[in-house]
Design a protein around this ligand. Structure first.
Ligand SMILES: NC(=O)C1=CN([C@@H]2O[C@H](COP(=O)(O)OP(=O)(O)OC[C@H]3O[C@@H](n4cnc5c(N)ncnc54)[C@H](OP(=O)(O)O)[C@@H]3O)[C@@H](O)[C@H]2O)C=CC1
Ligand SMILES: O=C(O)[C@@H]1CCC=N1
Length: 293
């Protein structure tokens, strides 16, 4: 089911929020119609060429794909015909898009969800009319296979209805996990889960390289590395197990795991990774902001 109990007030034990088991759903309604499940999707791009590409992709998706209409350079028309608008352009051009003549009016009274890194709610709120309900979300690329992690900014009850919350959860928990957090954490979330797949892939590639160095064929080395990372991650998420516990349970006294762990620690692996998140967070905070002189 959806993770609607996972707001910032969820209980923490042993450093872990209490996770509910979560099977990502789909946006295709089963049973009676549900007002919180979008039934029509309008995808906006700027170029005809991209529009054709998207049409081919959606065309190959069968029933779900056929509910998507692609618009090239027709943002106003698409927004006029929508209840919920997902803003997914590059941070540098958001102001241009929101300043298109007629855009403010087209967005009046609507839910506007921005996935832009670094662009704050207050910036977006300043570019739209007061009746537009602005929300920030930070998804990541595993959303493509419904294994995403999306963080959504907390919804103040004075602005958002239960329907907004339900719509947001339907959208993002259909493509992975979804959690609400305060906006002040967004740059860190952008670095950790938004950029995180890239960091995880570097680690995965390095593990595979180590296997190749020791004579494993490349393809098998990569399979072993990827499935091992997936398995460890699932043990953490499904078992509410702390990574340190998992690590200790693999580590036989005097065995090979501790030998490998010490070599990694000599390379300052943990502080290097943690600093990577710190630097990416700092960079995220600069995106969508005026360039410093
Ligand atoms: N990549 C990631 O993992 C994540 C990215 N984000 C955020 O998502 C956003 C998009 O990033 P990314 O997907 O990499 O960027 P892309 O360049 O791949 O996508 C941007 C899209 O915006 C369209 N576009 C550009 N100008 C306009 C316009 N004037 N009107 C309508 N559509 C337009 C482009 O269409 P066309 O190709 O036709 O020009 C393109 O389809 C960024 O703000 C980023 O911060 C957030 C979370 C994760
Ligand atoms: O690198 C970026 O700016 C975007 C935001 C999060 C992931 N990619």
């Amino acid at each position: 089911g959806v993770l609607d109990s996972l707001d910032s007030s969820s209980k923490i034990s042993n450093g872990f929020p209490k996770w509910e088991s979560h099977t990502p759903g789909t946006l295709t309604p089963a049973g009676p119609p549900d007002a919180t499940v979008p039934s029509r999707f309008l995808a906006c791009v700027s170029r005809e060429e991209t529009a054709r590409k998207l049409e081919n992709i959606f065309g190959s998706l069968g029933q779900l794909g056929s509910s998507v209409e692609v618009f090239a350079s027709k943002n106003i028309e698409a927004v006029q015909n929508s209840d919920v608008v997902l803003l997914c352009c590059k941070p540098q051009i958001v102001h241009t898009i929101l300043s298109e003549p007629g855009m403010k009016e087209a967005l009046e009274g609507k839910l506007l969800i921005s996935i832009l890194a670094g662009v704050t709610m207050s910036q977006i709120t300043n570019w739209v009319l007061p009746s537009t309900r602005v929300v920030r979300a930070m998804p990541n690329t595993p959303c493509k296979i419904r294994e995403g992690m999306t963080v959504v900014s907390n919804l103040p009850p004075s602005v958002h209805s239960e329907t907004d919350r339900a719509v947001i959860l339907k959208i993002f928990s259909s493509i992975g996990r979804c959690r609400f957090l305060e906006e002040k954490h967004f740059d860190a979330c952008t670095a950790l889960s938004g950029s995180g797949p890239a960091f995880a892939c570097i680690f995965m590639e390095a593990m595979a390289d180590g296997g190749v160095m020791m004579g494993l064929p490349r393809a098998e080395a990569l399979e072993l590395a990827a499935q091992t990372l997936q398995g460890a991650a699932r043990m953490v998420l499904q078992g509410n197990t702390h990574p340190a516990q998992l690590k200790d349970s693999v580590t036989t006294p005097g065995g090979c795991t501790i030998a490998g762990l010490l070599a990694l620690e000599d390379g300052r692996v943990r502080s290097t990774i943690a600093r990577g998140i710190q630097i990416a967070t700092e960079r995220a905070s600069e995106l969508g902001q005026p360039a410093k002189k």
